[in-house]
Design a protein around this ligand. Structure first.
Ligand code: NAD
Ligand code: UDP
Ligand code: UDP
Length: 329
């Protein structure tokens, strides 16, 4: 049993990314010692610069596909590019990150007896034939398409988590995250909310892939981080998987119109070819998170989008905005 009378030492892999940086912030605020590990593939120092002066925060450049020997009490495994543009850029490295990264971190958890949480994804459901998606649904995933490096990598990571749990008694937690948005999303990562906000603020047409009838459910980052921390700290061995996301579902076309309205932009909307294997509908069934974590999202889409728009407005609040977006690191 870990002694939590001292500040817990918490490892966050992917800690310089969008979700990871918010998680590091939250853990520091809760009094933890945080070791942030990142290879800066999609993450950036800018996301964590404000934490570098905190004596309880440490940053280590490291790729999780290589072994890591540190002493910690808890591990949040977030290392993995998350947007289709980024994870399809080097698909072999994406699978390695999920699979070899999981083996190394589970080996670390086994040796140190740390509790380990895996940031899994709604992508394990693929293009779902069941709606909304409960944890008991096994998914509909193309194993060899362009999304497979991410989807199958994350599925294999789940397998490893449950096998280390059964075989080696590792204390695991698995959450399946549905689309999450907020400040520090990468402006070039191609995800729908960052794309639409950047396009609207720059007065460019919003690009809808396909007819825009596909649906998604968007969760604000603060809600997501709260669920993640609850899942990690709940005792009595809830391994998951547990869905976390906001069940409010909308079409991509509705989202585009909403963002044009909230930004006050004069951008138009254009239709581009549909993305390969693009799931047609996605909404989490969060009954389990409600029951076991006492959690449900609190931030509605309007509030969350306004805060995210404000973040991008400030980022672009200097001359030559287009170059800034193109070169953002
Ligand atoms: P992100 O791309 O901003 O963050 C991923 C971080 O992992 C980056 O900082 C990146 O540099 C780092 N990384 C990538 N490969 C690495 C490696 N081999 N070694 C060390 N670091 C590495 O993405 P995010 O949105 O913050 O996603 C974080 C996690 O949450 C990911 O595992 C992702 O699959 C999962 N997730 C996110 C969402 C979402 O909507 N944001 C949805 C489902 C799952
Ligand atoms: N590992 C690590 N840090 C540790 C312990 C293990 O990175 O503190 C890695 C190690 O490289 C190993 C992997 O985790 O290959 C899996 O460890 P495990 O103990 O399950 O397997 P084994 O060492 O027997 O291959
Ligand atoms: N999408 C879009 N235009 C964009 C970016 C994305 O129409 O500029 C669509 C995409 O095809 C998908 C949805 O928005 O149907 C969500 O895409 P995202 O990449 O954000 O997440 P994911 O597909 O992983 O849920």
């Amino acid at each position: 049993m870990k002694d939590y009378s001292l500040a817990p030492r918490v490892l966050v892999t992917g800690g310089a990314g969008f979700l990871g940086s918010h998680l590091c912030e939250r853990l520091l605020a809760d009094g933890a010692e945080v070791l942030c590990v990142d290879n800066f593939f999609t993450g950036t120092r800018a996301n964590i610069r404000h934490l570098l002066g905190n004596p309880r925060f440490e940053l280590l450049r490291h790729d999780v596909t290589f072994p890591l020997y540190v002493e910690v009490d808890q591990i949040y495994n977030l290392a993995c590019p998350a947007s289709p543009n980024h994870y399809q850029f080097d698909p072999v490295q994406t699978t390695k990150t999920s699979v070899i990264g999981a083996i190394n971190l589970l080996g670390l958890a086994k040796r140190t007896k740390a509790r380990i949480l895996q940031a899994s994804t709604s992508e394990v459901y693929g293009d779902p034939t069941m709606h909304p998606q409960p944890e008991s649904y096994w998914g509909n995933v193309n194993p060899h398409g362009p999304r497979a490096c991410y989807d199958e990598g994350k599925r294999c990571a789940e397998t490893l988590f449950f096998d280390y749990h059964r075989q080696h008694k590792v204390d695991i937690r698995v959450i399946r995250i549905f689309n999450t948005y907020g400040a520090r999303m990468h402006p070039n990562d191609g995800r729908v909310i960052s794309n639409f906000i950047v396009q609207a603020l720059l007065g460019r047409d919003l690009t809808i892939y396909g007819d825009g009838s596909q649906t998604r459910s968007f969760c604000f980052v603060d809600d997501l981080i709260d669920a993640m921390v609850r899942m990690m700290n709940r005792n009595h061995g809830l391994t998951g998987p547990v869905n976390v996301g906001n069940p409010a579902e909308m079409t991509v076309l509705e989202l585009a119109r909403t963002i044009v309205r909230y930004t006050g932009s004069r951008s138009g909307i254009v239709h581009c070819p549909a993305a390969h294997d693009d799931p047609k509908q996605r909404r989490p069934d969060i009954s389990l998170a409600r029951e076991k974590l006492g959690w449900e999202p609190k931030v509605d889409l309007e509030t969350g989008l306004q805060r995210t728009i404000e973040y991008f407005r400030q980022m672009f609040d200097f001359p030559n905005v287009s170059a800034a977006v193109a070169n953002w690191r």
